[in-house]
Ligand binder design. Structure first.
Ligand code: SF4
Ligand code: SF4
Length: 389
């Protein structure tokens, strides 16, 4: 019979993994706390890391603001595939007498002191960081953005990991001379909340590899941009796919950013929804009616393997315009008449002029509306009726 490592890699490939690598607990012992697999599986000795590529055409349309939904749908499909791959690997390992845990793909944070739930979190340390296992197992290296970059797909991948008590032979990390990040800094230039510093750096060591990556703003800064609470770049010329605006500059100090993030999350109807990616990510992505709402990730989307593509992507993003919320719940490129109006959620929203009026209130809702969009639309409808009545 073939070696266990070979059989696990073949199984992962058969189930749809584009890249697979193996590492061990001992190899990652020099890493940050979230590189320790024993947090989730005390008997863990090895980790199987795997990646699935995102649809490049859907990403290209997303960053050019040609089409929003295909990339959202593709992310949901890819995450479902990763759960399936991990389940298959874990099942195989258990059938051969080993312990195994398929790590949640996202939103798997370690509890924080003084945070009753995710709405009060500010550090967002994962239970286990897929990207460290992927680095250690030779799938990719960390780019300036801190994202995992592969040689084959750039940063356009989603990652999964299975932890196991089996003792496996580790793969080698990608050597420095083949590092896929060339410091083009396009990731810095396409972040609407300026999360990724253009020059200041920090270091992270895993598996004997020391990566020099950008110093970042506190994690709540990305949470505000990536959740869509602020989508507009400081220039005012372009945004991510969010129609929401804070209406004031983001604070600079960490305690102010943290407090703002908590306030916004507490007001966000998504956080009270029965099915949400924060309550149970696996359940949400396998629910056919749950819309995978993604409005940013531009730091990842820009980062394709070829430098000329990254430069073109950055140009496309800064020329892609800004986004408005339509009455049916779709997000659309804002035209010159779009206007910013306040909402009860500590946010302003950009809407096309005259979109909310009595004669438009019969418009059929676009399916799978995002909870915040749905509540904002209902609120603006009530306002329109009140003012016209
Ligand atoms: S966009 Fe450029 S600098 Fe940023 S991670 Fe990718 S290759 Fe590195
Ligand atoms: S996901 Fe968006 S907000 Fe977060 S760092 Fe990347 S570009 Fe910035």
């Amino acid at each position: 019979m073939a070696k266990l490592e070979t059989r696990l890699k073949s199984l992962a490939a058969r189930l749809g993994a584009d890249l697979v690598g193996i590492t061990t607990r001992d190899t990652m012992a020099d890493g940050p706390p979230s590189a320790d697999p024993r947090y989730l599986l005390p008997s863990a000795r090895s980790v199987i890391a795997f990646a699935r590529a995102l649809d490049r055409d859907a990403v290209a349309d997303f960053i050019r603001k040609k089409r929003w939904q295909p990339h959202c749908d593709n992310r949901k499909t890819v995450v479902r595939d990763l759960y399936t791959i991990g389940d298959g690997l874990a099942e195989q390992l258990r059938s051969e007498g080993h312990d195994a845990v398929n790590v949640d793909i996202n939103n798997n944070y370690r509890p924080e002191e003084r945070a009753a739930d995710v709405t009060e979190m500010t550090a967002f340390h994962p239970e286990f960081a897929h990207r460290y296992a992927a680095l250690a197992g030779g799938i990719g290296r960390l780019g300036w953005s801190g994202n995992l970059l592969t040689r084959e797909f750039g940063a356009l991948v989603e990652l999964g990991s299975v932890l196991t008590s089996a003792e496996l032979m580790p793969d080698s990390p990608i050597p420095d001379e083949a590092h896929p990040c060339d410091r083009c800094k396009m990731c810095t230039l396409v972040c609407p909340v300026e999360m990724i510093h253009p020059r200041d750096e920090t270091r992270v060591t895993v598996a004997g590899i020391t990566e020099t990556i950008a110093r970042k703003q506190p994690n709540t800064c990305c949470w505000i941009g990536c959740s869509g609470y602020e989508g507009l770049d400081r220039s005012g010329a372009w945004s991510n796919w969010s129609p929401y605006r804070l209406g004031r500059p983001l604070p600079k100090e960490k305690h102010e950013l943290d407090a703002l993030c908590i306030r916004l999350q507490k007001a966000d109807p998504q956080m009270q929804a029965d099915i949400s990616g924060f309550a149970d990510y696996r359940q949400a992505v396998f629910d056919p009616g749950w819309f995978y709402y993604t409005v940013c990730g531009f730091c990842r989307c820009v980062c394709m393997p070829r430098r000329e593509d990254r430069l073109a992507n950055r140009k496309a993003i800064v020329n892609s315009g800004t986004v408005a919320l339509r009455r049916d719940g779709a997000h659309t490129v804002a035209d010159a008449t779009a206007m910013e109006v306040p909402t009860p959620f500590n946010l302003n929203v950009v809407v096309p002029r005259n979109e909310f009026s009595r004669e438009k209130s019969g418009i059929r809702p676009w399916p799978d509306q995002f909870p915040l969009d749905r509540e904002v639309i209902a609120y603006l409808d009530r306002q329109a009726h009140a003012s016209e009545g």
